[in-house]
Design a protein around this ligand. Structure first.
Ligand code: GLU
Length: 445
């Protein structure tokens, strides 16, 4: 790493002890930024990096609620408003027992660059709670969401901060959150949250957008090697919203997706995953993947194993951070891997990324490859602002344009900085320069 950046990095790490995921996200970005600072000494003079690593505002709050047995439960709520140089803070809420400040900050930090790459006017933020929705009734989830919003509402707004979903937060949760916001504020402020239902201000394509966008980005990478998804064998991790829609899109482009996973194990379906059955099991019944294997002939279920043991030409990690390590990466490379598109945020460890890059595998980092979700959230904000609602075709066309644009920006930035095909470098520099220019223009704030 560049020695000027090393000193800044060390200060950032020391100021934020015990936040391993935030450290990982910061170090990865810093490793790309040496050449930018050679060309732009003004960024160093204005302490852009030091400011970028310090969130503009961090909110941590108590979320009390009552479970179905009448017992009081206490969770912790977070919203980190990281950077507003390009627009209102924008990013999802994650409800998962692993959530703590370090996770929210890594996600918020990545979101700054991701949102900049989309070309839309959105800043970066993230939030969530250590609440575990698994096994909770609808009524419990509603009471939790209402309590969460009873504090959050004072910090958000269509021109201030616009949350959406992430792991554990989908259409149901956004509905309860929006209802409570509307009740407290007495405002039908559609643009305060995205990922809303289609009849009350949501956008078509938003549910599909992250998974679709990941596949569109990966298809653009494959094109640079004169190939495509057609006829490819694909492995996807996860089986939530991002994974399901990535599977659907990859198969629509002619691929066969042979495996996907949940936190208990993975399935192998050599005939290609039946997306209708997968949706029924995961989205309608909210059941485990094991159930899919029980209902379809010729499917094997591997309890507790790693989905990365399955060979494929394309891997789409769509589960969660650090789910794919150096060992798994080396195994995939030995199995003939051609490309990786990250549908999740930071699913590959730093070792895994190094293995992919050394082997010449096309590697699309999450902040570029999974930006379709937040980009379509920005399209939802546009529709809300103009009190309009667009057709599926038009919205999907806009998403495709945006993803092709992000690929182009990453690829041309990597070329410009002398490392063609390095999408990590392209995404980090492409996102950073845009934010840094805006911060410089807006003065020392
Ligand atoms: N949570 C998603 C992400 O990681 C989407 C955020 C949004 O739509 O605001 O980008």
């Amino acid at each position: 790493m560049d020695s000027r950046l090393e000193a800044i990095r060390d200060t950032v790490l020391a100021r934020n002890p015990g936040e391993a995921e935030f450290h990982q996200a910061v170090v990865e970005v810093f490793e790309s930024l040496g050449p930018v600072h050679d060309r732009h000494p003004e960024f160093l003079e204005a302490a852009i990096l030091e400011r970028l690593c310090e969130p503009e505002r961090q909110i941590i709050f108590r979320v009390p609620w009552t479970d179905d047995t009448g017992r009081v439960q206490i969770n912790r709520g977070f919203r980190v408003e990281f950077n507003s140089a390009l627009g209102p803070y924008k990013g999802g809420l994650r409800f998962h027992p692993s959530v703590y400040l370090g996770i929210v900050k890594f996600l918020g930090f990545e979101q700054i660059f991701k949102n900049a790459l989309t070309g839309m006017p959105i800043g970066g933020g993230k939030g969530g709670s250590d609440f575990d929705p698994r096994g909770r009734s609808d009524a419990e989830v509603m009471r939790f969401c209402q309590s969460f919003m009873t504090e959050l509402y004072r910090h958000i707004g269509e021109y201030t901060d616009v949350p959406a979903g992430d792991i554990g937060v989908g259409g149901r949760e956004i509905g309860y959150l929006f209802g409570q916001y509307k009740r407290i504020t007495n405002r039908y402020e559609s643009g305060v949250l995205t990922g809303k239902g289609i009849s009350w201000g949501g956008s078509l394509v938003r549910p599909e957008a992250t998974g679709f966008g990941t596949v569109i980005f990966t298809q653009e990478m494959l094109k640079t090697r004169g190939t495509s998804f057609d006829g490819k064998r694909v492995v996807v991790s996860g089986s939530g919203n991002v994974a399901i829609n990535a599977i659907a899109k990859a198969q629509a482009l002619g691929a066969t997706v042979v495996a996907c996973s949940d936190s208990s194990g993975y399935i192998v379906d050599e005939a290609g995953i039946d997306v209708g059955l997968l949706r029924q099991v995961k989205e309608v019944e909210r059941a485990r993947l094991k159930e899919y294997a029980a209902r379809r002939a010729g499917v094997s279920y591997v309890e507790g194993g790693s989905v990365w043991d399955v060979d494929a030409s394309v891997a789409l990690p769509c589960a969660t951070q650090n789910e794919l390590d150096g060992g798994a990466a080396a195994r995939l490379v030995r199995g003939g891997l051609l490309a990786v598109g990250e549908g999740a945020n930071m699913p590959s460890t730093r070792d895994a990324v190094a293995v992919f890059q050394e082997a010449g595998v096309l590697f699309g980092p999450g902040k570029a490859a999974n930006a379709g979700g937040v980009a379509t959230s920005a399209l939802e904000m546009q529709q809300n602002a103009s009190r309009d609602s667009w057709s599926f075709e038009h919205t999907e066309e806009r998403l495709t344009e945006i993803m092709v644009g992000i690929h182009h920006r990453c690829a041309s930035t990597a070329d410009e900085y002398g490392d063609p095909g390095n999408y990590v470098l392209g995404a980090n520099i492409g996102g950073f320069v845009k934010v840094a220019d805006a911060m410089l223009a807006q003065g020392l704030i």
